[in-house]
Design a protein around this ligand. Structure first.
Ligand code: CU
Length: 122
C-alpha cells in the first residue's frame, strides 16, 4: 500500500470512531433535573434545596412581584428574574457542602435577608 493511501484509510477510521462515540457521549450525560423556584418578597419557595454532587440541574425561576436576583456565589451562577417571565439558570454542583443562594438585585426593605440554603450531597 502506498503511504498516501494508508493515510486516507486511517483518516476514515478516525471519522468512524468519532461518529460511534457521538451518540454514546450524549447518553452518558445525565438529563438535568428541573427545579422550579418561585421568588417573592423576601424569600424563595423552596428556600432549601438538596442537590446531588455532579448532577446537573436547571432552576426555573419565576416571580410575581418585582425584578429579583438569584445568585449562588460559591458556584458563580446567577440570573435576573423578571416578573411574568420564566428564566433558567443551569449548574452542576461539583463540591459537597452547604451553600447560600441569595437575591442580588435590590427588591425592597427585606432584600438583605432574602436567601436560601443549597445542600450538595453525595
Ligand atoms: Cu432582592
Amino acid at each position: 500500500m502506498k503511504p498516501q493511501r494508508r493515510m486516507l484509510l486511517s483518516a476514515s477510521i478516525a471519522v468512524g470512531v468519532a461518529a460511534a462515540a457521538g451518540p454514546l457521549a450524549i447518553l452518558a450525560q445525565p438529563k438535568p433535573r428541573i427545579i422550579p423556584i418561585q421568588a417573592r418578597k423576601f424569600t424563595y419557595e423552596p428556600a432549601e434545596l438538596t442537590l446531588k454532587l455532579n448532577e446537573p440541574v436547571v432552576f426555573q425561576l419565576t416571580t410575581a412581584d418585582v425584578v429579583m436576583g438569584f445568585s449562588v456565589p460559591d458556584f458563580k451562577v446567577r440570573g435576573t428574574i423578571i416578573p411574568g417571565q420564566m428564566i433558567e439558570v443551569s449548574m452542576t454542583p461539583d463540591k459537597l457542602g452547604e451553600f447560600t443562594f441569595l437575591c442580588d438585585v435590590f427588591c425592597g426593605s427585606g432584600h438583605e435577608e432574602m436567601e436560601g440554603t443549597m445542600r450538595v450531597v453525595a
